[in-house]
Design a protein around this ligand. Structure first.
Ligand SMILES: *Cc1c(COP(=O)(O)O)cnc(C)c1O
Length: 460
């Protein structure tokens, strides 16, 4: 019997390539947010679950015709929302190979290639980010999971020192751990604490300065039962905690320091910005994303840990049918077992950019953010943050006016920026983090924002 699904690979993949090419070539000129009508038209993909198989080329055609217009142009050059990166050309192409390869990166025996690529990219990134020799790591779906992993390693380590095997015995009856965070901690880190049984609400919050940086002088006394959670890259301002002094204080007290560096840690890879994260290498664990500043497709992030045995202590497992080789087993470092080989695209990104390319990407985004800030200030609007990294906060007067400008900009379609609250003020948040964004894109976006702001003022 033959398979019910016939594969004409040439026809199917050439058609896929053609559809993708058209999508990516047109993305710079289409509106950034999809129109309401195109989003409503996605209903055409609903209806009853099909009873019978369908030709893959037809499936692709329907998906492209209804799906593509309804996408947000995140892959384009003028999407400035949510600290979302785009995807470098080499990573998009490598992602196609990755799909064809269909490797299971969970076990070295299931994919020696994926296991090896993982080791390679973890070493390359550790070097780029200036992490200490001997640092272990694991690839995960994003920084939320990377935070989870780093904190799990810290929990294992601190409780292990107190004579408690938390993986075996759980948290009931365990010695208490304290968790210290900045008042501007990212919500995903707090969620990770909840998942680990450490509690979303029993954290001690350290006050921050006007940029959102933890005030080192307000740090409570730490001890060997404390997880100290620092941040490199505030999602609003881009500000980075004073990592060096905070790491030193924690080390002296025997506390565990975790750094949430989803995007901000990449300052370490750009010589002109590296001072912003000085001392970060003295932490115990680090979480970061590849789908943000490295411009790799979702889902892609990594945890790094100075103490390999703490990470594997948290995640190692065994079963009779799982044969471990003598090398690194990917699933001993992260929660997942079977998963995509994210390392393929990360490798492609790093191989295509090189050290200099990564540094330039980071530096260019920071320069473009400064260009945004200067032009909007020149146009008479308030910049609410020190633009030291890639984030810009702009106020257009009252909270209501600012919200109306943000809505008008999203509707107008030249670019996309979100709204946020910063220290009691409503702001438009601009995040420059796409490899393809140019000065011309910034100027075009500023012109559109200014037009929208004038329209809002005109409404009175
Ligand atoms: C984006 C972000 C996260 C969450 O990362 P995901 O990849 O979305 O899971 C955590 N912390 C900070 C500071 C972030 O910017």
């Amino acid at each position: 019997m033959t398979s019910a699904i016939e594969a004409d690979w040439r026809r199917l993949l050439e058609e896929a390539a053609e559809r993708c090419r058209r999508y990516l070539e047109e993305i710079g000129e289409r509106r950034v947010a999809p129109s309401r009508e195109t989003v409503e038209a996605v209903a055409g993909l609903a209806g009853r679950l099909p009873e019978e198989p369908c030709d893959p080329a037809q499936v692709l055609g329907r998906l492209d015709e209804l799906g593509s217009p309804a996408t947000v142009a995140n892959a384009g050059r003028r999407f400035f929302g949510f600290v979302n990166g785009g995807s470098l050309p080499a990573t998009v192409a490598a992602g196609w190979l990755a799909a064809a390869w269909d490797q299971n990166a969970g076990l070295a025996a299931a994919s020696p290639l994926a296991a090896r690529l993982e080791e390679i990219v973890l070493a390359w990134v550790a070097e780029l980010l200036g992490l200490p020799e001997g640092t272990a790591g694991g690839l995960v779906t994003g920084c939320t999971m990377a935070n989870f992993c780093g904190l799990a390693a810290g929990r294992h380590h601190l409780l292990g020192q107190a004579g408690w095997d938390v993986e075996a015995r759980g948290l009931f009856g365990a010695p208490e751990l304290r968790v210290v965070v900045g008042a501007e901690v990212h919500v995903s880190l707090v969620k990770a604490l909840g998942m680990l049984g450490l509690g979303r609400e029993r954290v001690e919050r350290v006050p921050v300065d006007e940029q959102g940086r933890m005030r080192a002088e307000e740090l409570p006394p730490l001890d060997e039962r404390t997880l100290l959670c620092l941040q490199a890259g505030n999602v609003n301002t881009g500000a980075i905690d004073p990592l060096g002094p905070l790491c030193d204080a924690a080390r002296q007290a025997g506390a565990w320091v975790h750094v949430d560096g989803a995007f901000g840690l990449w300052a370490a890879a750009a010589p002109e910005r590296a001072a912003l994260v000085a001392g970060h290498e003295r932490a115990d664990s680090w979480a970061t994303d590849f789908h943000k500043w490295l411009n790799v497709p979702y889902e892609s992030g990594a945890v790094f840990c100075r103490h390999p045995e703490a990470l594997t202590g948290a995640f190692r497992m065994g079963a009779s049918y799982l044969e471990w080789g003598s090398g690194r087993e990917p699933n001993h470092f992260v929660p997942e077992m079977s998963r995509r080989a994210h390392a393929i695209e990360v490798w492609a990104a790093l191989a295509s950019l090189g050290r200099r390319g990564v540094a330039e990407l980071v530096e260019r985004c920071c320069r473009l953010a400064a260009r945004f800030a200067a032009a909007l200030e020149q146009a008479g609007f308030d910049i609410l943050n020190e633009v030291t990294l890639n984030q810009v906060l702009v106020s257009f007067g009252s909270a209501a006016a600012t919200r109306r400008v943000v809505a008008a900009v999203q509707e107008e379609g030249t670019c996309w920026c979100g709204a946020t609250e910063w220290q009691g003020r409503t702001a438009m948040r601009i995040s420059v983090i796409n490899w393809a964004t140019t000065e011309e894109d910034v100027d075009r976006s500023v012109a559109a924002i200014v037009r929208c702001a004038e329209g809002v003022v005109g409404e009175g």
